[in-house]
Structures are given as C-alpha cells and as structure tokens.
Write a protein that binds this ligand. Structure first.
Ligand code: CP
Length: 330
C-alpha cells in the first residue's frame, strides 16, 4: 500500500484494500506504542490543525499522534485565524501549503476540505464535515476487529438513530467497504440519502457486503454483533430541533431491550462520543427539563455496561489517525 502524498477526504477515495491497509497499519502502530518501541516516522514534519468546530477526541488524537511520531502541530480555531472571515479557503490553502507538510480540517462543508486539498499541494485530512467522518470510521473498524474477533465479512453491524449525517453515512460506506452485513435502522425521514446508499452498494458489489435500510428496530438488530449510535442533534443544527428530534427518534434509543433483541449476549455497543447518556451535561439537563428523558440516544445502563466499548473506540482514534498521517506523509 502506497498512499504517500494522498489526501484523506472521504472513505470512497480509497479501495477496500487500501482501507483495510490503513486499519492494519493502525494495529501495527498501536502495538509499537504499547511495546514502547515506536520509531518516529514524522520527525521534522509540521501539521496544521484547522478546527471550525469544537472537538475533544479528534484534536487530541492528531496532537498526541503527531507528538509521538516526532511531528509538530499548530492548532487554528475559528477565532484565531483568518479562514472564512477575511481569507478564502483557497488562499488559506495556498499559504498553509508553503508552511506545512499536512493540514487537518474540521468544518461544515465537504467542499472546503476538498478545496484545501486542491490548492495546498500537501495531504489534507478530513477531521469531520457535514458529509463524512472518515477518521472515525477507521477507529470504529479497528475496535470492531479487536472486540468481535471476527473477520469483517462475518460482522453484523446495526446503526440506530439519525442516519442522514456524517457518522451514519460514513458508517454505511465504511462497513460496505469492509464487507459487513450493515443495517441502518432509522425512521424513513432519518435514513441516508441516495448518494450514500449508492456508494455503499457499489462497494458491496465488490466486497459481498449486505446492506439493509429499515425502520424496523427488531428486524434491524436481530443477530447483530455491533450496535452503534450517535447524537440525535448534529453539530451545527439549531437547538430548536431538539424537541421534535426526541419525539422522532425515541423508539430508536439504544437500551437494554435493544441489546437483548440482538439475541447475541456478546454484542458490543459503540458510540463515537460525546454521548447523552445521563444528566451530567448542560445539554442533557436542558433536554430532560423539556422532555423528561434521562438519556437520549443511549441509556446509561447500556453505556456503562460490560458490552460498551466506547472508550476503547475513543483510544483508537489516536492510533488510526496516526496511521493516516504516517501513510500519507512518509
Ligand atoms: N467523535 C469525535 O469526532 O469526537 P470529537 O468531536 O470530540 O472530536
């Protein structure tokens, strides 16, 4: 696998073999870190981290992975750079490409991350747009392999909730690239768009993946090895949508009944985080006051259960982001 000089913009820019190769590389790098024998492959490299939106995992994963590999990072938040306000994305790309060996971008528009890649002349890494969340998908895949112990083409992966945004769309495509039996379980209005389904179907024709889009929770989760979900209101959506969203998706909450409906006592629970599973957040309390729900997309019982692997999944953000930088910058 030679991905040197390539950008990491969305899953479908890669072949299934390349996607698998990145997961394998992440596993190798994770083992090196655990053994305390990590060659520094990014010494002397500089990487710009542009975050137009908030982040805990993605930012920290890029910073720690770069540090462990000997690279330097610069963090640019929306208020401390000119991007978008006084300078176009294309001009920003032309400037940063003179200083940096790679650029990470998190923001609303996929066109912006694509423009950065087009004009900077250096590899660009998508840290989340409204359309795709590809670094998350590598972490999810590594976690699934570690915890199910199954080859990807024997894994049944069901995603419950809002399937229209970056995580649901990316999960559908990545799972298809890996040959899984992937089910998006959501009300009709919350199912993925035709473009995402078509991309997934075209990968499924190569990998043997099975794709189901359904609003039937019982059928959708039967036999699942993995149950995934995400927040019900995505970054950038107005607060005013919370009440209607809770009404629309309350039947798709991951709770003990859903985990039991899998019929698989070893089924794992995954969530890219952050999660609204209790009242320990300001948003969680506001929604509780408006709706009376103590938890939203997942109950605390499931989130805190032995089946939950969410913190291993979060750790794997770092190992997989490291793999992306190593593969594309060396
Ligand atoms: N899952 C994820 O992208 O986390 P952050 O928003 O904290 O980066």
């Amino acid at each position: 696998m030679d991905l040197r000089g390539r950008s990491f913009l969305k899953e479908s820019d890669f072949t299934p073999a390349e996607w698998l190769g990145l997961i394998d590389l992440a596993a190798q790098l994770k083992a090196e870190t655990a053994a305390g024998q990590e060659p520094q492959r990014l010494t002397g490299k500089s990487i710009a981290l542009i975050f137009e939106k908030t982040s805990t995992r993605t930012r920290c994963a890029f910073e720690v992975a770069a540090f462990q590999q000997g690279a330097h990072t610069t963090y640019l938040d929306p208020s401390s750079s000119q991007i978008g306000h006084k300078e176009s994305v294309a001009d920003t790309a032309r400037v940063l490409g003179r200083f940096y060996d790679g650029i990470e971008f998190r923001g609303d528009l996929q066109t912006h991350v694509e423009e950065l890649a087009e004009h900077s002349g250096v590899p660009v890494f998508n840290g989340l747009t409204d359309s795709w969340h590809p670094t998350q998908m590598l972490a999810d895949a590594l976690t699934i392999r570690e915890h199910t112990g199954k080859p990807f083409n024997q894994v049944v992966h069901a995603y419950l909730g809002d399937g229209r945004f970056n995580t649901g769309r990316s999960l559908l495509v990545s799972s298809a690239m890996l040959g899984m039996d992937v089910r998006i379980v959501a009300p009709p209005a919350y199912q993925p768009d035709a473009e995402a389904v078509q991309i997934a179907q075209s990968f499924a024709a190569q990998t043997g993946a099975r794709i189901t889009i359904t609003d039937d929770v019982e059928a959708g989760v039967a036999g699942a090895d993995v149950i995934s979900t995400d927040v019900w209101v995505s970054m950038g959506e107005p607060k005013s949508v919370w009440n209607s969203r809770v009404e629309d998706l309350r039947d798709y909450q991951v709770n003990t009944r859903v985990m039991e409906l899998t019929g698989n006592p070893d089924a794992i629970f995954m969530h890219c985080l952050p999660a609204f599973h209790d009242l320990e957040t300001a948003v969680g309390r506001q929604v509780f006051e408006a709706t009376g729900m103590h938890a939203l997309e997942v109950t605390d019982e499931v989130f805190s259960s032995r089946q939950s692997v969410v913190f291993d999944q979060a750790e794997n953000r770092m190992h997989t982001i490291k793999a992306v930088m190593v593969a594309m910058l060396t």
